[in-house]
Design a protein around this ligand. Structure first.
Ligand code: 5CA
Length: 154
């Protein structure tokens, strides 16, 4: 098991989430992951990393078909935000773009969750690599990673 996947597995366990990590096929993007998992696009959890003016990291758990609205995201964060670049994502989360999981980050971010995810019984999130995902009840996932639900999509 890769170090990244092992970290996600440990974080899932620590969060009390009984989610199995699977390898359904290439899942680099939400579209690919939806196809690989045979689910709706909005059942895929995109993990979008931003950095605040204060240096605080933010993780926006976003339904696959939704787009983050910068003004709404800024209002929720309470400070200006910039999207993290690929290098910063790797350094702060320990995951490469396409494999960023909702939990198990090297630096704990403030986590906000798209309410759209709650429309499903099950959602799928990246598990540390662009090939691994886990399925979870969205309510349990949001509680398990300590996310706050807020409207930040367009
Ligand atoms: N494994 C899939 C489905 S779970 C996945 O991780 N999707 S994702 O949406 O969470 O991750 C891809 C996201 O990374 C893109 O939506 C995009 O916001 C972001 N991204 C892609 N390229 C870059 C880049 N060069 N710099 C910063 N962010 C990027």
């Amino acid at each position: 098991m890769s170090k990244s996947v092992a970290r996600v597995a440990a974080a899932l366990k620590a969060a009390g989430l009984e989610a199995e990590i699977i390898e359904p096929g290439p899942s680099r993007t939400a579209e690919e992951a939806a196809q690989a998992c045979g689910c709706a696009l909005d059942q895929i959890v995109k993990s979008l990393i931003f950095v605040g003016e204060s240096g605080q990291l933010y993780l926006f758990l976003t339904a696959g078909g939704n787009r983050l609205d910068p003004a709404r995201a800024r209002a929720l964060a309470g400070e200006g935000l910039a999207r993290a670049d690929a290098e910063q994502v790797r350094r702060e989360t320990g995951f490469a773009i396409g494999g960023v999981a909702p939990l198990g980050h090297l630096t704990a971010p403030v986590i906000l969750a798209d309410p759209r995810l709650l429309d499903f019984d099950q959602v799928f999130a990246a598990a540390g690599t662009p090939r691994h995902v886990f399925a979870a009840d969205p309510q349990a996932l949001i509680a398990g990673c300590g996310a706050r639900v807020g409207a930040f999509t367009a």
